[in-house]
Design a binder for this molecule. Structure first.
Ligand code: FES
Length: 133
């Protein structure tokens, strides 16, 4: 079996939702101190708390790029409550798996989205519902 799934390679070569949202409602940036990779997420959230748009910038490895691409696809058009529950395991699964030593790349995607959601909640003065885990 190849080290990386077809899906990982495909999202790495052709990542979805790359870029910046200038008037984002939530922005999150996280990094992994060990590998030095950095991920930034931008969320556009409407009055019904639906994620209308999401973009990312990732300075990192191929798995981090594929993970952020897949993560944005998984939360686009979804309610924030659902995005809050996104786990790195779900991202990795949607990519048909990641090698063990690359799982932390999908963790970065989960953390970036949660960080952007936290930013959104803090700007909107609502308490984040983090108890659903
Ligand atoms: Fe660090 Fe992939 S090696 S995010």
């Amino acid at each position: 079996m190849a080290l990386y799934s077809e899906k990982v390679m495909e999202h790495f070569r052709n990542p979805r939702n790359v870029g910046v949202i200038e008037d984002a409602d939530g922005v999150g940036e996280v990094g992994n101190a060990k590998c030095g990779d950095i991920m930034k997420m931008y969320l556009k959230i409407n009055d019904d708390e639906i994620i209308e748009d999401v973009k990312f910038e990732t300075f990192g490895c191929g798995s981090a790029i594929a993970s952020s691409s897949m993560a944005t696809e998984l939360i686009k058009g979804k309610p924030v409550s659902e995005a809050m529950k996104l786990t790195n395991a779900a991202v990795a699964e949607a990519l048909d798996g990641l090698p063990d030593y690359k799982m932390h790349c999908s963790v970065l995607a989960e953390e970036a989205i949660k960080s952007a959601l936290d930013d959104y909640y803090s700007k909107n003065g609502e308490s984040a519902n983090k108890s659903g885990e």
